[in-house]
Design a protein around this ligand. Structure first.
Ligand code: TPP
Ligand code: SF4
Ligand code: MG
Length: 423
């Protein structure tokens, strides 16, 4: 099976990240891994642009925390046949160094691919903890005076069964495949250029020469370890999912096809909570459910949107391109979703009556959600209003799901208010 990248890739011309991204796809092909068995975790930086080009599970986290995320996935996954691959820059590796050391020490089954272009590419070429002595950067015109970390060396010392360093030139597919294949923790550092900053400030510098000046070598370093973490070690511990187990299938639901819902409102107005309650209600009605939250990093201001899928069958793709239902309870939610609504040529738009629905091919119903349930209750009220009309799942399931919340009383009021929302 061919593991085709989506193209074109987003990097600047000549960027070393091309070689690694292409090489990784080829290495996966070489190993015969299936896309659904790969979980790609990407760090912040230009390195993190890669995830949307890989046709597998991807997670993009905070700067320096990709190894921590990979660790969480490994520890939480029952299925240890999944391959967790972390893509991180030298900047991310500096910020999250301890996570790498812990992964190596505990011998977690992860592969970390360090894109070492020796500086912070995405933010304009600042020095990182891996910048070599005298390698010129935006922040150090003559380059640092102290040596950057020897990452493969440190991870090796911490107990990694496999670490390696390669120069990002030619074809590195086999080097990547070797690191990927290792059971347990592996780290491969690829030394490469950021053409926009690294080469601009250090014209003519050769990667091989840089390495020589550092007194470091390419190669691989190994330990024999057969103690990598296995999910069986968790036997006897409870999982957060256990808390949901008792609810499953409590209500009957006759849904035959998946329903995708976009809920849009304002931050701080209970949108994500309402979406979670709908998702939980779906689960206690015996459905498969996915829920995503989309909001600005400021969290407490701006829009807040959630995407929920309710399905009688397994959900393989959690994206929503063409929603069946869009529920909008504030102007910020409307503006954030206006393009999706305008592109709808079927489905349903449920919108607060204080707002003007844009041109859309969807059927439009408006209701007095903000007036009846207040700004904090409007999202849940609108969901209940929709459920009463379409009977996708019983409103009782929504009430049940609200009952476990610490604000259950006000939530039940919001759901009850949905009976009075007709204009
Ligand atoms: C904790 C934190 N600090 C700083 C930033 C700002 N930031 C975003 S990308 C970036 C540089 C990334 O450099 P690197 O990890 O080497 O990746 P590259 O862009 O070189 O691929 C920085 C500093 C951030 N997002 N989070
Ligand atoms: S800024 Fe540097 S690291 Fe980022 S894509 Fe361009 S060349 Fe690559
Ligand atoms: Mg970098």
């Amino acid at each position: 099976m061919s593991f085709d990248l989506f193209r074109p890739l987003p990097y600047c011309p000549g960027c070393g990240h091309f070689l690694i991204t292409e090489g990784l796809a080829q290495a996966v092909d070489k190993l015969g891994w299936r896309a659904e068995d790969i979980i790609l975790v990407t760090d912040i930086g230009c390195v993190g642009l890669a995830d949307r080009y890989f046709p597998c599970h991807t997670i993009h986290g905070l700067h320096g925390r990709s190894v921590a995320l990979g660790t969480g996935i490994r520890l939480g996954l029952e299925d240890d046949s999944k391959h967790i691959v972390v893509l991180q820059g030298d900047g991310g590796a500096t910020i999250g160094l301890q996570h790498i050391m812990e992964g190596a020490r505990l011998n977690l089954d992860l592969t970390v691919i360090i894109h070492n272009n020796m500086l912070y590419g995405m933010t304009g070429g600042q020095s990182s903890g891996l910048t070599p002595v005298n390698y010129r950067t935006t922040t150090e015109k003559e380059g640092p005076s102290s040596a950057g970390y020897d990452l493969p060396g440190l991870a090796h010392q911490a107990g990694a069964p496999y670490t390696s360093r390669v120069i990002g030139k030619g074809n590195i597919t086999d080097d990547l495949a070797e690191a990927l294949e290792i059971p347990g923790f592996s780290l491969i550092e690829v030394l490469e250029y950021c053409t926009s900053y690294g080469l601009r400030y250090n014209p003519g510098e050769k990667l091989k020469r840089i390495l020589e000046k550092m007194g470091r070598e390419t190669g691989s370093w190994k330990y024999e370890r057969d103690d990598h973490y296995h999910p069986e070690r968790r036997a006897g511990l409870s999982s957060l999912f256990d808390q949901l187990a008792g609810f499953a299938g409590k209500y009957r639901c006759s849904l035959e096809n998946p329903v995708s819902i976009i809920l849009g409102g304002s931050a701080g107005e209970g949108v994500q909570t309402a979406a979670r309650i709908l998702a939980n209600a779906g689960m206690i009605a015996g459905l498969e459910v996915s829920k995503k939250g989309i909001y600005p990093v400021t969290v407490g201001s701006g829009f807040s949107t959630s995407e929920i899928i309710l399905s009688p069958d397994r959900i393989n793709f959690t994206g929503i391109v063409d929603p069946d239902v869009v529920i909008i309870v504030s102007d910020e939610g409307l503006q954030n979703n206006i393009e999706v609504i305008s592109n709808m040529n079927k489905g349903l738009l449920v919108i607060d009556d204080s707002l003007t629905a844009p041109e859309t091919g969807a059927r439009v119903i408006s209701g007095k959600f903000r007036r009846e349930a207040g700004k904090r209750g409007a999202a849940l009220c609108a969901i209940a209003f929709w459920l009463r009309k379409e009977e996708i799942i019983p409103v009782d399931a929504l009430l049940d799901a609200s009952g476990v919340s610490k604000h259950s009383e006000s939530m039940v009021k919001s759901i009850d208010a949905s009976g009075n929302c007709n204009k």
